[in-house]
Design a protein around this ligand. Structure first.
Ligand code: SF4
Length: 321
């Protein structure tokens, strides 16, 4: 079966002075039907730029897709006219963002905001849409949904606002949900609640999720496949169990070592030494070499290609070439 989403050699740039700065540099991956694929990496790795490109929104952020393909259910998104794309966006592909307070309209009640998408995409009549919006509020576990339908976003807690964002995103029963750091601003118990809600809704609606996160703990628990990004490039791609059993790329090893563990008496939390290089000045060779304890002379000179290790795994590192 063809994947629901196929991103092939995606290249996205931002203008800077008289130059063009590449934020996403030849990224390829697939999202299969009914699966959760995690895009993982530190800030500046290109995860969110990739997501906005899939949504066809990167131009609004000042970016430009320079090359590559994004196929959604076999249709090339990058060549679509805005009118056609806007019919897909919100309906077939929906997105939830990290910060619900800036994503929700502060002056419109939450119920009406959930209802709006149903009306825009002509999913339901005005009368039906109110009932659907109320049902969605109940499904994402907003307590006392009937009474709170008319409340403004500011009267809800951070966790509840994120649930409202989820209800909005799921209102048209999308086939692909892009969840960009959906739990970052929440405490640990709320994170689990929100992720469980997302997983439950995914199973019920049969949708796929592209989960964008820097939190490998979440990935271990919820994702099927993982794509590890660093400085605009895919460094490793693997099914989740194999990745945690035997991470291949030194960056992935570092990320996994950063996960706090309760079964050891670690006195200090591990962190990957050094800094992510500036997007304005990526080093020659492997972009991770200034932080890699396994770097060899060739790592400073030439970027390794991404290669298949087996049918399921890929890695970009000179240690495997
Ligand atoms: Fe480290 Fe070299 Fe592999 Fe880059 S290519 S991750 S520097 S060993």
């Amino acid at each position: 079966m063809n994947p629901l989403l196929k991103v092939e050699n995606l290249q996205v740039s931002f203008p800077w002075k008289n130059k063009s700065i590449k934020a996403v540099d030849g990224v390829s991956f697939e999202v299969s039907h009914k699966k959760i694929i995690a895009l993982v990496g530190e800030s500046g790795s290109g995860k969110s730029v990739t997501a906005l490109s899939i949504m066809g929104l990167i131009a609004y952020e000042g970016g430009r897709v320079e090359g590559g393909e994004i196929l959604f259910d076999g249709q090339e998104i990058l060549k679509m006219k805005e009118k056609r794309l806007s019919r897909i966006r919100g309906k077939d592909i929906a997105m939830i963002y990290q910060d619900p307070i800036t994503s929700l309209n502060p002056g419109i009640s939450v119920g009406e905001q959930i209802r709006e998408s149903l009306l825009i995409h002509k999913i339901a009549s005005r009368k039906e849409s109110k009932q659907i919006a109320l049902n969605l509020m109940r499904e994402v576990e907003i307590p006392d949904a009937d009474r709170r339908y008319g409340n403004l976003p500011a009267s809800f807690s951070g966790g509840m606002r994120q649930r409202i964002m989820i209800a909005m995103a799921l209102s048209c029963q999308p086939r692909l949900l892009i969840a960009d750091e959906p739990t970052t601003s929440l405490d640990v118990s709320l994170q689990a609640d929100i992720m469980n809600t997302l997983q439950e809704m995914k199973n019920r609606m049969g949708m796929s999720i592209l989960l964008i996160t820097h939190d490998l703990g979440l990935v271990a628990q919820y994702a099927d496949n993982v794509v590890v990004m660093y400085c605009g490039k895919v460094m490793e791609e693997s099914p989740v169990d194999m990745l945690f059993e035997e991470p291949l790329h030194p960056y992935t090893v570092g990320l996994i070592n950063c996960i706090p563990r309760i079964d050891t008496t670690q006195e200090q939390l591990f962190s990957i030494p050094g800094y992510v290089p500036s997007i304005y000045d990526y080093p020659l060779g492997c972009r991770f070499h200034n932080r890699c304890s396994k770097a060899k002379p060739i790592c400073r000179e030439k970027m390794p290609d991404i290669i298949n290790i087996n049918d399921a795994r890929k890695v970009r590192c000179w240690l495997y070439q």
